[in-house]
Design a protein around this ligand. Structure first.
Ligand SMILES: [Zn+2]
Length: 228
């Protein structure tokens, strides 16, 4: 029987790979799941695409503001436990754009898909706080369109971020995938950079596809992390 706590204790360097399931307990709807963030839209790929931002910035802004911002969300026990573990000996590579790992105190976080609260003008590069963006998406001074620093459909991942993610994953002797169906690429493909002999595990409500020999912990991540 696989014991996650023991595996974490035994590991020299633990890297968590996290997804939306880590933030649902903080009140942020699960990306792509039924009843989740995008369930009332036929194609989230269209709403959150680089083309939509370029061609229909008002619609993009309206959608993002209504659906994605939960500024009052608080980190939960999963964020807190992961922070405590990785601040000592590890890192977190996350698909989440909500910033909750950092709010939970984690110091070694690689935000693979960026951060919703990083707002900048596409014309002049000036940064703004998200409250400004919630009100308007045009920089009055130069007419530039503001956007959040998240990776949209159609956009590549920042190569520096990819490099840092690979470094965190290839360094780990324990890799734990948490709260993700692990179907979004290139994120899911990062597991291919695990070093030979590394222990692989996943915690998710439903079993997910993992390399041979990996340990699947099926269950509620809040319950699992509460016991760590
Ligand atoms: Zn500007």
């Amino acid at each position: 029987m696989f014991d996650l706590k023991q595996a974490i204790d035994d590991a020299q360097f633990v890297t968590f790979m996290t997804g939306a399931g880590v933030s649902t307990a903080s009140g942020i709807p699960d990306y792509r799941s039924k009843g989740g963030l995008y369930s009332d839209l036929a194609s989230p790929e269209e709403a959150l695409s680089d083309e939509n931002l370029r061609d229909h910035h008002e619609a993009f802004h309206d959608w993002v503001v209504k659906k994605m911002y939960y500024p009052d969300a608080k980190p939960n026990v999963i964020h807190e436990k992961m922070a405590a573990i990785t601040n000592r000996k590890g890192a977190i590579v996350t698909q989440n754009v909500d910033g909750l790992h950092q709010k939970g105190g984690a110091k070694h976080v690689i935000e693979f898909h960026g951060n919703l609260y990083n707002i900048f003008c596409q014309k002049c590069g000036q940064h703004f706080d998200y409250q400004t963006y919630l009100k308007a998406d045009v920089h009055a001074q130069d007419g530039g369109i503001l956007r959040p620093g998240i990776v949209l459909y159609g956009e590549p991942i920042n190569p520096d971020v990819v490099e840092r993610a690979i470094a965190a994953i290839s360094r780990a002797d324990l890799l734990v995938v948490v709260g993700t169906s692990f179907q979004v690429y290139p994120f899911a493909g990062l597991i291919g950079y695990a070093k030979p002999g590394a222990v692989l595990a996943a915690v998710n409500r439903e079993p997910i596809a993992l390399p041979a020999g990996a340990h699947m912990v099926v269950g509620d991540a809040v319950a699992v992390f509460s016991k760590l």
